[in-house]
Structure formats: structure tokens, C-alpha cells
Design a protein around this ligand. Structure first.
Ligand SMILES: C[S@@+](CC[C@H](N)C(=O)[O-])C[C@H]1O[C@@H](n2cnc3c(N)ncnc32)[C@H](O)[C@@H]1O
Length: 355
């Protein structure tokens, strides 16, 4: 990615400062007002009280308003750069696009994350998404250390032969897998053709050999039992609840006995105020399936698809990464309740036993 011009930099810096103030000042202020209200109950029960707090209109508007400003600033920066996806030429990564591929309506009818035109509509959309995704983490994910932390702390050390990453986007979740498990064939699957082209180009820049494939995670077209690790990051909450069982079924079909599933996503914390903020984040950030997906029983879905031992553990992206329990360290500022859904396919001996 080339450097952002100085006049665009000012706009981006302003939006980032605004978002930082939202996370580190407005959110704790709203929390303080809520605690002082003495309201009790779950997220639904406290909603009315929260909506009447003095800071709430600022908090709610700025969450969505600053996101819209972010995309405008990022869109301008990409337009002024006249950036394009580098040609794939003869780098080590490959991309398998399907020109007849029909994107599902639920995917195209929302501008996900409030990004105008979504992340699938053009080459520029993929580039805007790439720059926005870096900035939106407020400097916390420069060099994509978040994804490296997931790969290093949440994935068991094994000699994987094939790893499939569902919803790989422009590749930042897939590269660390290849970097850590160099012997494995790593396949990134996504619906967005432009994102996959960008993923392959960025992989080539890193001299990494990955395979990118345009497919729905519910029907990848890859061979039965051909993988020993299926991953996803920031993917599950973007899927409608009724489609999730098919995602687990596909992971189960792809994995050989003893295969590993690791999905990094969000989990409710049991703190009603935080949980309400998360539900409303889904609405304000155009992530329409997030509230219901977070309420769905993914452990039960995984079990139903044939996984053993499914469980959630917390993930601390600013600290140790994967934690052993579903408890997060206390932090005052707004932050996502990251968690890892872990499950395994029954190993051959267990499979025998359960027959
Ligand atoms: C928030 S992005 C996460 C990208 C990447 N895993 C990361 O952590 O940066 C979610 C990705 O899932 C993709 N996606 C959504 N639904 C999908 C589906 N049914 N099959 C494959 N990919 C899907 C989107 O196109 C998008 O690239």
C-alpha cells in the first residue's frame, strides 16, 4: 500500500482521534452514568435506562457517524492514490475466481460496516476495506498482530497438511497461518472476488504461497476430510443465524478425524451494559446478524455437526491472546469481547467407540 497523501492523512487522523475519544472517554462516561443509575437486569431490561442517560445520544451518534466519516476519508485517500490491486503475475499464490458465482442476497443487501458498496463490488472496494480495516483498530492491529496472536496462541501446534480459513477477506487472517505452518497448504475461502484478488497480491508481496478460492463457506467445493484445521476470524457474526448450521456442517465435512476447528469471534460477557453496547454496535455498524448470532448456541450447533468438546474461551487481543476461561481482564474503554470457539472432530479411536 503506498503512502497516504498529507491532505488525506489529516482527515484520517481526525476520524481516528474522534473514534479514540469515543472509545476511551464517551464509553467510560456512559458506563459511569449507568452505574450511578442503579439499574439492574439483563441487556434488554436495562436498555430504556441506558437510552435516557445524558451521554447516550453522543455515544450512539458518534459510533455510527464516525464510522461513516472513516469510510469517506478512506475512500478519498484511495481515490487520490489512484491505487489498484497489483497484478498477480507469477507470484507463489493463486486465486480461483468463479465468474458465474451468485452472491447471496443477505450478503449484498447490506453495506457491511457501513462501507458504501460493501467489500465485494469493485477493486476499489477491496482496497478501501483494507485501509479501513487497518485504521479501525485504532493502531492496535498495525502489522496485523491481532491475527498473529490468534494463530500463535489459539491454534494447537500440529503438522497440519491442509488448513482452510473461512471468510479470509483480503488475507490478513490467512498469512499468519502459512507463516506459522509453512508445510501446510493454506486455502482462504471468501465470497468477495476483489478481496481474494487483493489477498493473493498481498500474499505474493510477502512471498507466501496460499490458495484463495471464491466460494461460500457453506459449500467450498473442497474434498471431504481433506483438511485438518478449519479457522475463521471475525466471520461468524457476519452470517445469518439460520445459515450457521451449514457452516459447521461444511467444516465437519472438510475435516479429517481428529481435525481442529478454531473460530475467533465475539461472546457475551454477562455484563449487561457491555452486552447491550455490543448488540447496538451490530445495528449501528450495519452488522445486522451480529445480535442474533451472538445469542445463538454455537456450541450446540458445533456438536450437532459432529464436533466433540466444543467450548468458548476468552481472547485478550491486547494481552496474552487465548485465555483458558471465558473471563476477560477488566478494561475501562470500549473494546470487543473477543472469544475463540474451539472444537475437534472425534479422533479415529473415539469415532470407533461412539459407533
Ligand atoms: C470481517 S471479514 C473478516 C476477514 C478476515 N477473516 C479477517 O479477520 O480480517 C468477514 C469476511 O467473511 C466473508 N464472508 C461472509 N460470508 C461468507 C460466506 N458465507 N462464505 C465465505 N466468506 C464469507 C466476507 O466477504 C468478509 O471478507
Amino acid at each position: 500500500m503506498s503512502e497516504v497523501a498529507i491532505e488525506d492523512r489529516a482527515g484520517l487522523d481526525f476520524v481516528l482521534a474522534l473514534r479514540r475519544a469515543w472509545a476511551t472517554e464517551l464509553y467510560p462516561q456512559l458506563r459511569h452514568e449507568f452505574d450511578a443509575s442503579g439499574a439492574k437486569g439483563d441487556a434488554r431490561a436495562i436498555a430504556k435506562t441506558v437510552h435516557r442517560l445524558p451521554t447516550y445520544p453522543w455515544f450512539a451518534w458518534l459510533e455510527r457517524g464516525s464510522q461513516k466519516m472513516l469510510w469517506r476519508a478512506v475512500g478519498d485517500a484511495i481515490e487520490h492514490q489512484a491505487a489498484s490491486i497489483p497484478f498477480l503475475d507469477n507470484g507463489p499464490s493463486t486465486v480461483e475466481l468463479d465468474p458465474t458465482f451468485d452472491l447471496p442476497d443477505w450478503y449484498t443487501e447490506w453495506d457491511i460496516h457501513v462501507q458504501p458498496g460493501g467489500i465485494w463490488s469493485s477493486e476499489a472496494a477491496a482496497l478501501v476495506y483494507e485501509l479501513g480495516a487497518r485504521l479501525v483498530m485504532l493502531g492496535d492491529n498495525d502489522d496485523y498482530k491481532f491475527h498473529r496472536l490468534f494463530t500463535e496462541t489459539a491454534i494447537p501446534a500440529r503438522d497440519y497438511r491442509r488448513i482452510v480459513d473461512f471468510g479470509c477477506g483480503f488475507g490478513k487472517s490467512a498469512w499468519p497461518l502459512k507463516q506459522r505452518f509453512a508445510q501446510a497448504e493454506v486455502i482462504g475461502v471468501d465470497l468477495s472476488g476483489p478481496c481474494l484478488e487483493l489477498a493473493a497480491a498481498r500474499s505474493n508481496e510477502r512471498n507466501l504461497a496460499l490458495r484463495y478460492r471464491q466460494a461460500d463457506a457453506t459449500a467450498t467445493g473442497l474434498e471431504d476430510k481433506s483438511a485438518d484445521l478449519v479457522t475463521s476470524t471475525m466471520f461468524v457474526h457476519e452470517i445469518p443465524q439460520q445459515i450457521l448450521p451449514a457452516v459447521f456442517a461444511e467444516a465437519s465435512r472438510l475435516l479429517a478425524p481428529g481435525g481442529v476447528l478454531r473460530f475467533l469471534d465475539f461472546h457475551f460477557t454477562g455484563d449487561a451494559f457491555r452486552d447491550l453496547a455490543m448488540i447496538e454496535h451490530g445495528t449501528r455498524n450495519n452488522e445486522p446478524f451480529l445480535p442474533t448470532t451472538m445469542q445463538a448456541d454455537l456450541v450446540a450447533m458445533a456438536r450437532k455437526a459432529g464436533f466433540a468438546d466444543a467450548r468458548w474461551v476468552a481472547f485478550d487481543e491486547r494481552g496474552a491472546g487465548r485465555l483458558d476461561t471465558l473471563q476477560w481482564p477488566a478494561r475501562a474503554e470500549w473494546h470487543f469481547p473477543w472469544a475463540v470457539l474451539e472444537a475437534e472432530m472425534a479422533a479415529p479411536a473415539q469415532a470407533e467407540d461412539s459407533r
